[in-house]
Ligand binder design. Sequence first.
Ligand code: 5GP
Ligand code: ZN
Length: 152
Amino acid sequence: MSIASNASCIFCKIIKGEIPSFKLIETTKTYSFLDIQPTSEGHVLIIPKYHGAKLHNIPDDYLSDLLPVVRKLTKVLKLDENDTPEGEGYNILQNNGRIAHQIVDHVHFHLIPKKNDKSGLIVGWPAQETNFEKLGKFHEELKKELEKEEKL
Ligand code: 5GP
Ligand code: ZN
């Protein structure tokens, strides 16, 4: 049972068993199940048992519980058998907000096997040219923010 739950949220309903799911690993704080519209075989969703739309809404103890579940699932899906950079791999994806391709507003991590170029996650990544001056200025701004954060 989730501590923060939303009666109209599809993933909260899955956690409570009100909507059926192909459940895999469940802990006190985490629930995992097959995605019903997989982009590759073995596409799994891992969710905190805490309703929050974006990652920053989820308490640390839920997030700490979740990643070891993802790791266990890599073993269940035999994604741990290739320790070389070449050949089959996998992606972990977590979208926040419509513009970032989030459809369901309950935090979820996708574990997506990447077996070939046609299935699984296909990334479009508009990388900019390296600009050390711009990066340096931005880094200074962030360090000021970090100092404020540390004082909190
Ligand atoms: P998003 O785009 O929000 O990161 O991904 C939402 C994911 O949830 C999609 O991959 C979609 O297939 C999956 N999904 C949506 N509704 C259901 C459902 O009722 N059951 C399951 N198992 N997956 C769902
Ligand atoms: Zn929810």
